[in-house]
Design a binder for this molecule. Structure first.
Ligand code: URA
Length: 214
């Protein structure tokens, strides 16, 4: 994954995607308020050779929705990329992060009010995620950050939800052969409340790397 080279990966939503009226209205509001921000569906970062995909919830308003890159510009991204760097999977370039072999995306591509996409929005955006993941022939492991990402990834990859319960650090072998590893979302809220510690987050990523190596 190279931040410097924007890609038109299959499943990238159009910048004027109009599937979700509430998110379109919110986008228009932000465009009027912050003319220099991205304010559009945030495309995935990654390359077609990725072996690990990381699925977040949705762009943070002042993070990915501002920068146009998943997990860029907020505390969740600092923990995510900082942990990937500790594991030797990412490095920081002067302008951005570089993580070769990884693919980073979200269950929902547009910033939702209050950081909470509704059920219809999750459903509407899922075909984009499914196309994105299907276009990664070397994909071995998907890390789901939070329960919404867990559900979106299972439905996108193909698997029956009730068979796979979300749990931090839990690995699920899906029928396609891809392994899903769950983690609590690396949000500032989860860190501040103690639901997730940086050590717990690192352990989930280490498990995902080991399972991919296999
Ligand atoms: N930034 C993202 O792109 N996704 C998240 O889930 C959180 C922050």
């Amino acid at each position: 994954m190279t931040d410097e080279t924007p890609i038109a990966h299959p499943g990238t939503p159009p910048s004027d995607c109009a599937l979700c009226p509430r998110l379109v209205a919110y986008r228009a509001e932000q465009q009027a308020r912050h003319a220099t921000w991205w304010n559009a569906p945030v495309p995935p970062l990654g390359d077609a050779a990725a072996w690990m995909a990381i699925v977040g919830l949705a762009p943070g308003l002042k993070g990915a929705n501002r920068t146009g890159k998943p997990f860029h510009g907020d505390e969740a991204g600092k923990l995510l990329f900082g942990t990937l760097a500790e594991l030797g999977l990412a490095s920081e370039t002067p302008e951005a992060w570089d993580a070769p072999g990884l693919f980073i995306t979200n269950a929902v591509a547009c910033a939702p009010p209050g950081n909470l996409p509704d059920t219809g929005e999750k459903h509407a955006c899922r075909p984009y995620l499914a196309q994105q993941l299907a276009a990664l022939p070397n994909l071995k492991v998907v890390v789901a950050l939070g329960e919404t990402a867990h559900q979106a990834a299972i439905k996108a990859i193909g698997g029956k939800l009730p068979k796979y319960r979300f749990g931090h650090g839990v690995a699920h072998k899906l029928p396609s052969g891809i392994t899903l590893v769950d983690s609590y979302h690396c949000s500032r809220l989860n860190i501040n409340t103690g639901l997730l510690t940086p050590e717990m987050f690192k352990a989930a990523l280490v498990a995902a790397v080991a399972l991919a190596a296999g």
